[in-house]
Ligand binder design. Structure first.
Ligand code: P6P
Length: 335
């Protein structure tokens, strides 16, 4: 069968041998994410029609108003993962603490933990802008049979066994990696099947798009200000184009296809940056590096950072390899 016509299910089966030491659990885990993505996709597409947009009246640990779809997406992914006896723990942007999961046998024999942002960019829901789900998968590091601990979640990004995102946009795509390249699947909504539409996705080494909220300019580190002036100067292949959707998954997905860099540096409003290391930056960094791109905190690889807390934030520079490398040059020069 020609690669492009493969369904996600067929692709996972074909790639089963890529999952070293896996007894099929990781394949089942990716399949359960596929199912949850279809359910969330249906609700996201209904957002304008039923009373499911707008705030849910609650606030998450980030102090952000929880949109109803946030809550729905979180519950959908949680239930789908918990019901399939595959994971032993889940951490979510929407939950203050991680969730310990026992099997039906009341034991803790499953070996994977999942960290996720169930609906990133949810403030865009009411204005019909693409939103996304981001997920990161690790093997637990504490002994199988005991309840997971925070140690199982505070692993550096280099230890991820799989990561990916769902983008609910003009079409719905699931893009993921298990360390053997990045592959994109597009949902055919009429039959509810994801088809391999973007095999072996690669970040162009160079690009001419930069994505940043320039409203924070006065608060940026000097190195970022210098890099932005570099992007805007009439020289060589510049000025670059500024494109910022305000939805991480959408901005990075576009930049991976067209070439570009996404930056969320520190600012006075976000002294450590805004994006969360464990369930936004690390999974997107795994995707970026597997696609030949680069993901940095401005000085070093995101995936080398040893996490210290579940919801910690870091500065995030991600995209075309040469663009991120150039931004790092300006950051170092400004020290
Ligand atoms: P700002 C959405 O809230 C998000 O986490 C990312 O999806 C997005 O790139 C960023 O924050 C937007 O933040 O401060 O520019 O509105």
């Amino acid at each position: 069968m020609e690669e492009r016509n493969k369904t996600l299910g067929e692709f996972i089966i074909d790639k089963q041998e890529d999952f070293k030491y896996s007894t099929g659990e990781l394949s089942r885990l990716i399949n359960s994410i596929r199912l949850a993505a279809k359910v969330v996709n249906y609700k996201v597409n209904q957002a304008g029609l039923v009373d499911i947009t707008g705030a849910a009246g609650e606030q998450n640990i980030q102090g952000e108003d929880q949109q109803k779809l946030d809550v729905f997406a979180n519950e959908t992914f949680m239930e789908t993962l918990i019901n399939r006896e595959i994971v032993c723990g889940i951490a979510s942007e929407e939950n203050d603490d991680f969730i310990i999961i026992k099997g039906r046998d009341e034991c803790h024999n499953n070996k994977y933990v999942v960290l996720m942002d169930p609906l990133d960019g949810s403030s865009n829901i009411d204005v019909n802008v693409p939103v996304g789900t981001i997920f990161s998968i690790y093997r637990r590091v504490t002994p199988v049979g005991s309840p997971v601990t925070i140690e199982d979640f505070l692993q550096p990004g280099d230890a991820q066994v799989a990561a990916g995102y769902v983008i609910y946009g003009t079409s719905t795509m699931l893009v993921y990696t298990t360390g053997n390249g990045v592959h994109g699947f597009t949902l055919n909504p009429s039959i509810g099947t994801f088809y391999l539409s973007h095999p072996n996705m690669m970040f162009p080494k160079d690009g001419n798009i930069y994505s940043i909220n320039e409203g924070n300019y006065v608060h940026f580190p000097q190195g970022v200000k210098d890099y932005l002036k570099y992007c805007q100067r009439e020289e060589e292949d510049r000025p670059y184009t500024s494109r910022y959707i305000g939805s991480l998954v959408a901005d990075i997905h576009r930049n991976m296809i067209k070439g570009g860099i996404y930056l969320y540096p520190t600012s006075s409003k976000a002294p450590k940056g805004k994006l969360r290391l464990l369930y936004e930056c690390n999974p997107m960094a795994f995707i970026a590096e597997q696609a030949g791109g680069k993901a940095s905190d401005g000085f070093g690889r995101i995936m080398e950072i040893v996490p210290t807390e579940l919801h910690q934030r870091v500065p995030f520079f991600c995209g075309s390899y040469n663009m991120v490398a150039k931004a790092e040059e300006f950051m170092s020069a400004a020290l």
